[in-house]
Design a protein around this ligand. Structure first.
Ligand code: NAI
Ligand code: MG
Length: 384
């Protein structure tokens, strides 16, 4: 048996393209691993009414970790339209398989490092730099996003059941909503727990301490979301007192979008609940040159699933046009988590070298090379 058992989940759209490029690199590294292909994504929703078949869950249970490309998610009405007609009467509800995996395997921490590498021809405002220099290395931000709670917990109603309405009326602000007709009301909830908040906050501070980072910024909106944002903010302040050498500051989600766009180099570690973490990590991806450079890891206590921040980008699916660096950097995170520290470092160096040389570039970097060309270029350096 090989040392590592990896659930291989290309998923939908460009997920396949970037995973193929990654496999070229992992094979060149001679990683002692078995890759077990898993069915996941839109195709399985349409054909089977389940984007995360049980057979896939079983594979995940017997592997060490998962590597995931991307999936396509669509709103419920659109999802029903694409479902096999034979399944339409079964009251099936589409729920994103990656969100399901995060909850099912309690992958509570979504770690999203965003770094501008030297030679990346895109500056943080998305325009191309004529002469990229070391001075362009302006951002090195790590986002800690709570991954199982908040608005992505899946507790939603449309229409609103009477019993839920009655219970919500414990808060008098709910009462006027009945006049609109309960069948006309849609409700998505934002539930957070003390344990969930504490865990993500603690991890962000511990990471900062271990890596000599001087600032941890909480992204919230406690002035409006008083209950949930208030709990997160209180706990942040409490935990921050245990780390007197770290500057712990707070920003509202709207304000930080402006501040980060203006002065991204001033931020270091960002911590946020699920949705705000999702939003701010796409912003960070934009700052460092786009989604083609943003890796991510869903980490639990015993299992982890690694996936780039981007989605399935349907318009580029199967064209081998997109940038695989996000996926390759994601594989780097996986190697580190598996204890393959030397290989992880070698992979990062190879990626950095390919970016810096600027000879092999996908469309988003102003080049015409394919996803697999980039994979091969990186593979050439890791193989040495
Ligand atoms: P997206 O991330 O798929 O793509 C947005 C745009 O970013 C693309 O059109 C492309 O211009 C650019 N882009 C993304 N990845 C790139 C790469 N590797 N190289 C170069 N350019 C890249 O987001 P979008 O369009 O909002 O969503 C498409 C589908 O993906 C939806 O069905 C959505 O639900 C799903 N999605 C899935 C995610 C996941 O699997 N975890 C995360 C985000 C979206
Ligand atoms: Mg996102």
């Amino acid at each position: 048996m090989t040392k590592h058992q990896i659930a291989w989940m290309p998923g939908d759209g460009i997920g396949n393209d970037v995973m193929e490029a990654t496999r070229i690199v992992l094979d060149a590294m001679k990683l002692d691993a078995t890759y077990i292909h898993c069915d996941i994504g839109w195709e399985f929703w349409c054909k089977e009414g389940n984007p995360l078949p049980d057979r896939t869950i079983e594979v995940l249970k017997r592997t060490h970790c998962g590597l995931f490309g991307a999936i396509t998610s669509k709103p419920q009405d659109d999802a029903l339209l694409e479902l096999d007609p034979a399944l339409r009467s079964k009251n099936l509800v589409y729920f994103s398989p990656i969100v399901q995996l995060r909850q099912m395997f309690n992958l509570h921490t979504n770690l999203r490092p965003c770094k501008t590498y030297k030679g990346n021809p895109l500056n943080y405002r998305g325009t191309r730099l004529a002469n990229p220099t070391a001075a362009d290395v302006m951002c090195d931000i790590v986002v800690f996003r709570e991954n199982t709670e908040g608005m992505y917990g899946g507790v939603e109603f449309n229409p609103l059941p009477e019993a839920v309405y009655d219970a919500l009326c414990l808060n008098p602000k709910m009462k006027p909503w009945k006049a609109k007709g309960l069948e006309n009301i849609a409700l998505s909830t934002r539930i957070v727990s003390k344990a969930g908040c504490t865990n993500i906050l603690r991890q962000a501070f511990e990471f900062a301490k271990k890596n000599g980072r001087k600032r941890v910024t909480l992204v919230e909106k406690p002035n409006v979301l008083r209950a949930t944002g208030g709990m997160m903010t209180r706990l942040f302040r409490e935990i921050a007192t245990e780390y007197p050498d770290i500057w712990a500051d707070e920003a509202n989600i709207d304000a930080i979008c402006m501040w980060m766009f203006k002065n991204p180099q001033e931020y270091s570690v960002i911590v946020a609940e699920n949705m705000f973490g999702d939003i701010v990590s796409d912003l960070c991806a934009g700052i460092i040159g786009g989604l083609g450079f943003a890796p991510s890891a869903n980490i639990g206590d015993t299992y982890a699933v690694f996936e780039p921040t981007h989605g399935s980008a349907p318009k580029y699916a199967g064209q081998y046009k997109v940038n695989p660096h996000a996926m390759l950097l994601t594989a780097r995170m996986m190697l580190e988590w598996l204890g393959e520290t030397e290989r992880a470092a070698a992979l990062e160096s190879a990626i950095v070298r390919v970016i810096e040389e600027g000879k092999v570039k996908t469309y988003d970097m102003g080049g015409k090379d394919t996803t697999l060309d980039v994979g091969r270029a990186v593979a050439k350096y890791v193989a040495k």
